[in-house]
Design a protein around this ligand. Structure first.
Ligand code: GRF
Length: 202
């Protein structure tokens, strides 16, 4: 049997990407194992989903900042992930920027999914930015995480049309359906050792 990639997932929200990843694992499409799920939001849906799947799910109090973790909270996350033997950190709707303590500990081993075709529409509510701008196509991007927000090497993208009758909610739902396909696929490429650190398939 091939060795499974040990992943840790961080999320702040409802957890649909976590669920897509866990389902892909259960269906044998993704050769990975979720060792732990962490959240900076105590009542986040992602923690509920993880517990219902019988996984280790931990709330880490984020501290006093709104957009990042306090250093002690970053250190706590690193310790939990290390203890769990995590090889790849998967951000799935994690709403705080990760800083040096975390990124030094998991250098080049953190991935994220963003709801736009990066480098367009980095930042918050990217689907709303796309709608407001008037683009005809947007999508989603899986990328490595670097110190700059939504800017690391791109691993996978999917294109989604913007339809005339779209609302932000409808467009986000269409983007999320694609996220649930490309995120497990991108992690599988990493599990297979098929990626270079530039994000290109070798
Ligand atoms: C996704 O749209 C993802 O692109 C963004 O945050 C959202 C998380 O959704 N980074 P969910 O919690 O996985 O449902």
């Amino acid at each position: 049997m091939s060795c499974k990639l040990k992943i840790g997932i961080l999320g702040s929200g409802k957890g649909s990407n976590f669920l897509a990843i866990q389902n892909a694992i259960e269906q044998g499409k993704l050769s990975a194992e979720v060792r732990v799920v962490l959240s900076d939001v105590e009542n986040a849906g992602i923690l509920d989903y993880a517990r219902r799947k019988g996984l280790n799910a931990v709330f880490v109090p984020p501290g006093k900042f709104r957009t990042k973790l306090e250093p002690a909270a970053e250190q706590k996350c690193v310790e939990i992930l290390r203890e769990a033997g995590v090889e790849l950190v998967v951000l799935a709707g994690f709403m705080r920027m990760l800083k040096s303590i975390f990124l030094d500990a998991f250098d080049g081993r953190v991935v994220n999914i963003h709801p736009s075709l990066l480098p367009a529409f980095a930042g918050l509510e990217a689907w709303k930015q796309a709608l407001d701008y008037g683009v005809h196509y947007t999508g989603c991007t899986v990328h490595y995480v670097t110190r700059e927000m939504d800017a690391g090497p791109i691993i996978a993208q999917a294109v989604v049309p913007v339809l005339p009758e779209d609302t932000p909610e409808k467009l986000h739902a269409r983007i999320q359906a694609e996220e649930h396909l490309i995120y497990p696929q991108a992690i599988q490429w990493i599990a297979e050792g098929k990626l270079t650190m530039s994000g290109r398939r070798g």
